[in-house]
Design a protein around this ligand. Sequence first.
Ligand code: SIN
Length: 284
Amino acid sequence: MHIKNLHSALGAEVTVIDLAKPLSQADADDIEAAWRERLVVVFHGQTLSDPQLIAFSRNFGELDPPGPNPYGEPFNKEHPELNVISNVKENGKPIGNLGDGEAVWHADMTYVDVPPKAALLHALEVPPPEAGGNTYFANMFAAYEALPPELKTAAEGKTAVHDASRNSAGMLRKGYSEVTDVRQTVGAHHPLVRTDAKTGHRALFLGRRPNAYVLGLTVAESDALLDALWEHATQPRFAMCHEWRIGDLLMWNNLSVLHRRDPFDAKTRRVMHRSQIRGNERIA
Ligand code: SIN
């Protein structure tokens, strides 16, 4: 197995490994170390059945099932612990989540008290490169480090609510109603700045912008602070772009990166299977 860094801000590529086979403890430890330090780990050319994706994921902890989707039932009936991300419809019914539109910058499931610590996304079908659908990741340790002092001070000690009602494609999840006043947003409360339990390093923890609200501020103050933090955190200097190929598997550090996806040509097919690893503790 070889590991090399990708972008200056984050990302590592792991080659010469077949993830369909059981992993040695040494390889699992090296992959986990790359995930911890480089935040996004990229594998190419992996042919994995759902049970193999589950077995590989379990090297890094217990699986966390997907959150509620707009349709109210798991996409992967045989393996409900996996999610399906797809624009494909069969008999008029979506086989997966998020459609073909943009998925805005977000971290996964931060609307729960203990969000998943890792997500793994395996590409089974992808549009041709010119059709769109690239995914971007931004390093929230680097973004925190580079905050202008006045924004660092403004974020310090503040807590925000992370909206549970809509997914990153803007679709309302089943069972939720429209947020009309962000002070009423339903979702977990987390600090704007978290401290990594293992390393003590600090990172911005923003979750998702729509319907977010910083507790204790007026709506105008909250919007101004959040807009400034989001504009800072999503600059290209903190980010990498992934152009998908069939067989790619990406594993990201969900508490330490934001990610977003470009829209893509609705006439093309994009099918990905996804697992996530349960978090260990509340965000602090
Ligand atoms: C996601 O936001 O988890 C999906 C990203 C993608 O479709 O590339």
